[in-house]
Write a protein that binds this ligand. Sequence first.
Ligand code: ZN
Length: 169
Amino acid sequence: MNELNLTGQKVKFSCPVCEKKFNITIHPIIISELQPYLEMDLFYQSLFDFECPGCLRELRFFYPVSYHNLRQQTMIHLFSENKEKRKQNQLVAKELEKRFQAAYRDQTSFLYKLYREFYTGPITTEFRYQAVYSTQEMSHEVFNLQWALRHDCPADAPVQETRRSLTTK
Ligand SMILES: [Zn+2]
């Protein structure tokens, strides 16, 4: 996991409307603490939108994203909504989780060092992990994490709170 590319990856794209060829930059991994502007794009579901320099049309290019929030010890992987690929994606998600959990335990890894820079609490648990299958779900998760950070509580607290208030009514 030392080969992390946080500046993004250039991909050749061809406009389906005017056929102009150009490069776009994609971000398959996003670390909240280092790239808050990309986190905002996830929240607003605009990460995959861009404009064709030829015809100025709004286009969309989806790709899987691995989002990490170090202060909340959380990682969320976003896959496509394609239902036929769901099984396959679940396997990929499991594999990714294993690799990242290992990286966050490995004291020599880049991710571990980054993690310790932002997370000052005791390391007692693994990262919370989740796979989501729509940009809307991802947006919701980012909102929850930020909400929890603002209220200084663990990442899954808003959900628990909601459950509690539903059951006591
Ligand atoms: Zn175009």
